[in-house]
Ligand binder design. Structure first.
Ligand code: C2E
Ligand code: CA
Ligand code: CA
Length: 645
């Protein structure tokens, strides 16, 4: 732009493609005053007109002084901004540089002709082409010249130079390019630093994003198996329940059977390997949109979205069960475990994820109860049973507090004399609404809720009190047998809890079901049995003949009596083989010094046969059903009368 008075303003206005250079942000705006005014002094020598000459001289001096001022200002501006000025004569290609141009290019001032070749030698080889091209284009097309290149200075350092120029006609009428060059090294370096800093920041951001992903992944996944964890499951289920509209979904609650034994016997590394193996089976059996999560030690959940049918779910479970049952080798040990699966399905309903999980859990519980390695669907019937069980469980606790549990007694008689030899105390529940309940109505639930130890103790205490009452009435009951649940026998505090009782040896007998002795390695059980015996309490093995007691464990436990199970007693009148079996049991007992009691003796014929076979004691409906304490004392008094008559 030409300013009034012949002064040029050349501003380093960013051209296209330059804007990316942050160096430009400094938006160097340098106003350069180019003195374009060339003063042509017309000297009119008008002979004899001195006053005219003097006027003209004065004018010239004024112009010269004006010019000096402008050029001084220009120099000052150029000096302070370190801008070099150059010129190329378009006709001759001759170049003119000012002192600063030499300095900018690291050349000794004025010693070298600023030819194209001389300039070229200073420029970084990689930049020569682009800088030359833009110069040639300006030369050819008369366009504005803009370039930036690097100069290698004598000390090998690099200087970045930016150039702007334009063609114009000089005062001598010749076409030229006049331009300016200045040092932008600081800008470029700053730009590079900014770029590096930005790249670093980008890298850090990337790392942070990755770390965030990793943390999120870890928070939602099980590190061992890589499956989702409980939180992930909750999140997914919440999403499902939050979904608008009706949803079809099934939840499979999967629990490994026998996993604890593997962990206990082969160690945690084996356990871990099995969990990984199990997780692979589960993963390989699900579809793309299904989710599998490990929600506990050996518990998993699969969320099946849009299950095609219940048959599909059954087949899926059976596939998983059969694959899980295949033995897995662990360091040469074949490991076997099974799996039980509970299924809860929601079809075309808004999903209540918590309820669905609970339902799957209920179904799983049923699958385990029904023998493991199987799957069960949650049903309304199952739910009703669960509700009943829950109600009974609550009522059992209330019943304990309100003394509703009592002992009934079934007499045991000597086979040879039919004299009263003892009683078996059997629990009964005086239920406030349903009347007298037998153990089949509540015992299982009491066992599940760990109330059996309490109930056994109630019966024992009752029996001891009733025993004292009978003695006071003159009725001699030589022994009272009470049943002891398996859990109570595994209770380490059992012996201590019995120590306060003052018992006559043999007055109390503990009936232990045969199945307790299946696990011969149970040290607590063996220690408890020893402790019980030391307190003068006899041990009887209940339901003998239905379990798998070995002679070895019989020798170890040395019970006082074997109670032959009523399933073996019932057929003795018909089957000779059954008679032989009973005789063998009795003989084995005799040889080991163990008495035998036959239970379920329903007729006198049975009683007679058992007597002949050598059985010591008899118990059964042939003599009496279980009786309340009062009824028993009446029975015992009658019996005494009968024996006396
Ligand atoms: P059990 O120990 O085998 O008790 C004998 C069961 O057989 C009793 O049933 C009794 O009523 C029944 N019984 C007696 N004589 C005959 C007969 O001639 N024929 C037939 N068919 N049955 C006869 P109950 O009282 O219903 O007890 C059932 C089971 O409940 C008991 O079987 C015992 O395992 C358990 N039980 C009872 N009371 C207690 C207890 O206080 N604690 C523990 N832990 N279990 C108990
Ligand atoms: Ca019993
Ligand atoms: Ca029995």
């Amino acid at each position: 732009m030409q300013l009034p008075g012949g002064v040029w303003e050349l501003a380093a206005i960013p051209a296209e493609g330059w804007e990316q250079e942050p160096g430009n942000t400094s938006s160097l705006r340098i106003t350069i005053l180019v003195a374009a005014a060339v003063v042509i002094i017309p000297i009119f020598l008008t002979g004899g007109l001195v006053s005219e000459r003097q006027r003209n001289r004065a004018k010239i001096r004024a112009r010269e002084s004006e010019l000096l001022t402008v050029s001084h200002r220009l120099n000052l501006a150029l000096e302070s901004s370190k801008i070099g000025i150059w010129e190329i004569d378009l006709e001759t290609q001759g170049r003119t540089w000012d002192e600063r141009m030499y300095h900018l290019h690291g050349m000794p001032a004025e010693t070298v002709e600023p030819t194209y070749e001389a300039w070229r030698r200073t420029v970084h080889v990689d930049d020569i082409k682009a800088a030359s091209l833009s110069l040639f284009r300006t030369l050819d097309e008369g366009l504005e010249y803009r370039s930036q290149y690097r100069v290698i200075l004598p000390d090998s350092s690099v200087r970045h130079i930016r150039n702007v120029g334009s063609t114009h006609e000089g005062p001598d009428g010749k076409a030229k390019i006049t331009g300016i060059s200045w040092d932008v090294t600081d800008d470029v370096l700053m730009t590079e630093q900014l770029r590096a800093a930005k790249a670093m920041a980008d890298l850090k951001n990337e790392e942070l994003a990755q770390a965030k992903d990793r943390i999120e992944h870890n928070a939602l996944h099980d590190p061992l198996t890589g499956l989702g964890n409980r939180r992930m499951l909750d999140k997914e289920l919440q999403m499902l329940s939050g979904r608008n509209g009706l949803v079809d979904v099934a939840i499979l609650h999967i629990d490994l059977d026998r996993f604890k034994q593997i962990n206990d016997t082969l160690g945690h590394a084996a356990g871990d390997a099995m969990l990984v193996h199990a997780s692979e089976i589960l993963r390989s059996n699900i579809r793309k949109n299904d989710i599998v999560a490990r929600i506990g030690g050996d518990e998993f959940v699969i969320v099946v979205s849009d299950p095609p049918s219940d048959i599909y779910l059954s087949q899926l479970c059976e596939r998983i069960i059969s694959q899980m049952r295949q033995p897995v080798d662990y360091n040469g040990f074949p490991c076997r475990f099974g799996v039980s699966i509970g299924i809860a399905v929601a079809r075309e309903t808004a999903v209540d994820e918590r309820k669905l999980l609970v339902n799957a859990d209920i179904a799983l519980y049923r699958a385990k109860e029904n023998g493991r390695n199987r799957h069960e669907f949650f049903t309304e019937v199952l739910q009703a049973e669960i509700i009943t069980t829950k109600r009974i469980a609550d009522e059992i606790l209330e019943g304990i507090e309100r003394n509703e549990f009592v002992a009934w007694y079934q007499p045991q008689l000597e086979a040879s004399s039919l004299k009263l030899a003892g009683v078996e105390a059997l629990i009964r529940w005086n239920h406030p609404r349903e009347g007298l309940l037998t153990p089949d109505k509540f015992l299982k639930i009491a066992e599940e809720m760990n109330a059996m130890a309490t109930l056994d103790r109630i019966v024992l205490d009752r029996a001891l009190i009733d025993g004292m009452r009978w003695a006071a009435e003159g009725i001699d009951v030589p022994k009272i047998s009470v049943n002891v649940s398996a859990k109570r026998l595994r209770d380490e505090t059992l012996v201590n809890s019995l120590k306060g009782l003052s018992l006559r040896p043999g007055q109390i007998s503990f009936e232990l079901v045969e199945s307790i002795f299946l696990d011969e390695s149970d040290d607590v059980v063996l220690a408890n049995i020893e402790g019980i015996k030391k307190l003068g309490i006899d041990i009887e093995i209940d339901d003998f003949g239905t379990g798998h007691t070995s002679i070895v464990s019989l020798l170890k436990i040395k019970p006082k009596r074997l109670k032959i199970d009523r399933q073996l007693v019932a057929p003795i009148l018909r089957e000779r083989s059954e008679q032989a079996l009973i005789r063998s049991i009795i003989e084995i007992g005799r040889s080991l010094g163990i008495e035998t009691v036959a239970e379920g003796v329903e007729t006198m014929e049975h009683a007679e046969m058992l007597g002949l076979l050598g059985c010591d004691l008899l118990q059964g409906y042939a003599f009496a059903k279980p009786l309340s304490a009062d009824d028993f004392s009446r029975f015992a008094r009658n019996q005494l009368l009968q024996l006396a008559s």
